[in-house]
Design a protein around this ligand. Sequence first.
Ligand code: RB5
Length: 149
Amino acid sequence: MKITIGSDHGAVALKDEIKTVLGEFPDIEVTDVGTFGTDSVDYPDIAEKVCSAVSSGQADRGIVLCGTGIGISIAANKINGIRCALATDVYSARMCREHNNANVLALGGRVTGFGPAGEIVRVFVTTEFTGGRHARRVEKIMALEGKQK
Ligand code: RB5
């Protein structure tokens, strides 16, 4: 599985921790699009880099991080093909895969500690979409992209 990851300046340390967690999985290849330091950057730019990799098929899934995870998840969900879930607990991480087929996970570097975030990521990368009635709902979500002007 190819995963593209990116954060703004509010979550660089958590991004590094998540890369270590992803290193536990031999089949996962990680591409880090930055940012890499403490200089302020704009989270929509990071969301665009990660999510364009996912929507183009270059990456199978994405992980986006900012201080809260809120701004970058809002930005991510503006990009065609993206279903981004902000998760602060393991149950939500499992449900966003099983029910929503989320292809991007958002985390908040100033909200979620390393331990819980690591568990959230492990669940996000190992849980499959259930399909069935959930597939119909996900199709309806994606159809909204074409309905809006
Ligand atoms: C940056 O200071 C902060 O606004 C950002 O990381 C994020 O929390 C926005 O939602």
